[in-house]
Design a protein around this ligand. Structure first.
Ligand code: OOG
Ligand code: MG
Length: 271
């Protein structure tokens, strides 16, 4: 896993970044599918994708939204294989994307939602730097908690490339936490089993080992990506470390339950 690609220069002018941000903003707000951005801007780079994402974040903050933390995306082989993108990404998480455990989550304000099981971290000290390590992440972790992310690509057919998905905030849409919060030293996070059930049938299963070798490595990756963009991870951040298995499509009426070894369950319903 490398952040070298992030040093790539931007190719697009500020005006293009701003108009691409408009496109993504409207597609997210109205839950409409749009073609991937590189269809119109084939020269668009990963750095351009992050420029669009950060402009989107600035707009949400200016509108009074609150940021809760970050997510890592495409950190497991299962996810990379499913999406055909082999570089992990990050995305921001806002307070209004959160949904409580056991709640009913609407799908009519989403394009084509899918669910993923993830380990989430809450930090107690600041993390920064291009060489952030697993050990630093574990030392800075207040607690870990199981989470389910509801992703929703704004791109037609859930098909995208790296610059486009980064501009679309790495498909972030909703997230749910539940189960039991645990101290990082009390569980072996490298090999926790997870089973996802849809309407009582197992639909995906895996081990936390699938996440970049160790979920804390994915948090370190978030810190490294933020560093390459001139940012750091503040204390008190909520960070999701990426889908352990492939993502599973959900429809109105579906019930999703995820059992995490040692960490309890997270459940929700879709309407
Ligand atoms: C990109 C977001 C991936 C994860 O956990 O891997 C992601 C996507 O698959 O649409 O959130
Ligand atoms: Mg995810």
């Amino acid at each position: 896993m490398t952040t070298a690609a992030l040093r790539m220069q931007r190719q697009l002018a500020d005006a293009d970044i701003s108009s691409l941000c408009d496109r993504v903003f409207v597609a997210q707000r109205d839950a409409t599918a749009i073609p991937k951005l590189t269809d119109d801007y084939p020269q668009m780079t990963l750095a351009d994708g992050y420029a669009v994402q950060f402009e989107l974040l600035r707009r949400h903050m200016a509108a009074g939204q609150r940021q809760i933390g970050w997510k890592a995306g495409l950190t497991s082989k299962a996810k990379m294989d499913q999406m055909g993108v082999r570089v992990p990404t990050v995305g921001f998480l806002l307070a209004d994307m959160f949904r409580p455990e056991t709640s009913t989550i609407r799908t009519d304000d989403l394009v084509h939602p899918r669910v993923e099981c993830e380990m989430a971290f809450v930090t107690k000290t600041r993390l920064s730097g291009a060489n952030c390590s697993r050990e630093e992440v574990l030392a800075a972790t207040d607690f870990i908690v199981p989470a389910v992310e509801i992703i929703d690509s704004r791109f037609s057919g859930f098909k995208f490339d790296l610059p486009s998905v980064v501009a679309d905030n790495s498909s972030s849409a909703r997230y749910v936490t539940g189960g039991r919060a645990r101290l990082p030293m009390d569980v072996d996070m490298s090999t926790l089993g997870v089973v996802m059930e849809r309407n009582g049938e197992p639909v995906a299963m895996g081990s936390s080992a699938a996440v970049a070798g160790h979920p804390a490595d994915a948090v370190a990756l978030v810190v490294k990506v933020l560093d390459s963009l001139g940012e750091e991870l503040p204390a008190g951040s909520f960070v999701m470390s990426g889908g352990i298995t492939e993502a599973i499509a959900v429809s109105p009426g579906d019930h999703i339950g995820v059992r995490f070894q040692e960490l309890g369950s997270v459940a929700m319903r879709f309407s």
